[in-house]
Design a protein around this ligand. Sequence first.
Ligand SMILES: O=C(O)C(=O)C[C@]1(C(=O)O)C=C[C@@H](O)C=C1
Length: 109
Amino acid sequence: MSSKKRLQTVRNSINEIDEQIIELMAKRTQLAPEIAKLKFSLDMDILDSSREKDVYAKTREISEKYGFDSEIAVKVMKILIEQNKELQIKQFEKLKSENTSTKSNIKSE
Ligand SMILES: O=C(O)C(=O)C[C@]1(C(=O)O)C=C[C@@H](O)C=C1
């Protein structure tokens, strides 16, 4: 195969992998509202530092397994966790406002 053709083949593989990476990041992120609802109903804080430590430890372990730079993987994971927490904060605010409107409905009844 010519180098030009091989370059195109490798780029096609990168395109497919990029789609998988983004699909998985989207799937992880889409769990934020559900986890927020569960934590809200359990009266738990959004931040769980101990769980985050476990996620980073697991990230390092998986990176080593695949020969990937674990510091880069942890950086990506930090961004995903930050985004998850921001979405959970929004969900908490929504749930709190729904809660207060239900309470005021009950009061006015
Ligand atoms: O596992 C949780 O409790 C989550 O809320 C998810 C998550 C994460 O994105 O991995 C986000 C925030 C917490 O501080 C810990 C972990």
